[in-house]
Design a protein around this ligand. Structure first.
Ligand code: CA
Length: 222
């Protein structure tokens, strides 16, 4: 689970980052809104934690911008101000929850868990690092940029995503995706994987589909 924390107060940031890392979350910390925006729009996060009072772009504007960019990760807002107006503005900008500083780490962690659970309940989305697949509309996004796939490329991607961590043979993909017995010597799978990699690779910083020598292909389980 990757979490982005945008917080300019070093003490608060250290407290949150250290606590979350002890719970085995990976935390990227940005100290201002601009840096936070760049990270949010170029990497895939399971949760965004945004302080409202930030130098430059504040947390509310940042939340609005990431939502306008199509990023649907849950957002937890932090503020020192306990005002109803801030809370309403924060939630209207697309935040999912809100906490007033100072808070106990136990309460904070409970909110984080609740937001991450809610995200996992959304089974219509498959995500992997900077890749997001909406399985209802069949739209595929890499780093927030839409990628247009042919039906078989889409089917291969979904197949590998749903079988993360397992090496899938060409014969298995032919049988399960093409649905009937092709000549096992056909290079259909390799041709589609090559084109899929090229399309995803335009916007992805890392290789999404790995080759498994002597077997076939996989998307790793990390
Ligand atoms: Ca602040």
């Amino acid at each position: 689970m990757n979490i982005l924390l945008v917080e300019d107060e070093q003490g608060v940031a250290n407290f949150i980052k250290k606590g979350l890392e002890e719970e085995h979350y990976a935390v990227d910390h940005a100290i201002n809104g601009e840096e936070g925006r760049t990270l949010a729009m170029t990497r895939q996060y399971d949760l965004l934690i945004l302080d409202i009072m930030l130098p430059g772009i504040n947390g509310i504007d940042l939340c609005r911008q990431v939502r306008e960019h199509g990023i649907q990760s849950p957002v937890l807002m932090l503020t020192a101000k306990d005002s109803v107006k801030d809370k309403v503005t924060g939630l209207n900008s697309g935040a999912d929850d809100y906490m007033t500083k100072p808070f106990s780490f136990e309460e904070f962690l409970a909110r984080v868990h609740a937001l991450l659970r809610r995200k996992q309940d959304k089974l219509t989305e498959l995500t992997y690092h900077d890749l997001l697949v909406d399985t209802i509309s069949h739209r595929v996004f890499v780093s927030g940029q839409e990628v247009t796939l042919r039906p078989k490329e889409y089917a291969i991607l979904i197949y590998l995503l749903k079988n993360r961590g397992k090496a899938i043979s060409r014969a298995q993909m032919l049988a399960d995706i093409w649905g009937y017995d092709f000549n096992p010597n056909t290079n259909f799978v390799d041709v589609h994987i090559k084109s899929l990699r090229e399309k995803l690779g335009q916007f992805s910083s890392s290789a999404i589909i790995q080759s498994v020598r002597g077997v076939g292909y996989m998307i790793d389980g990390r």
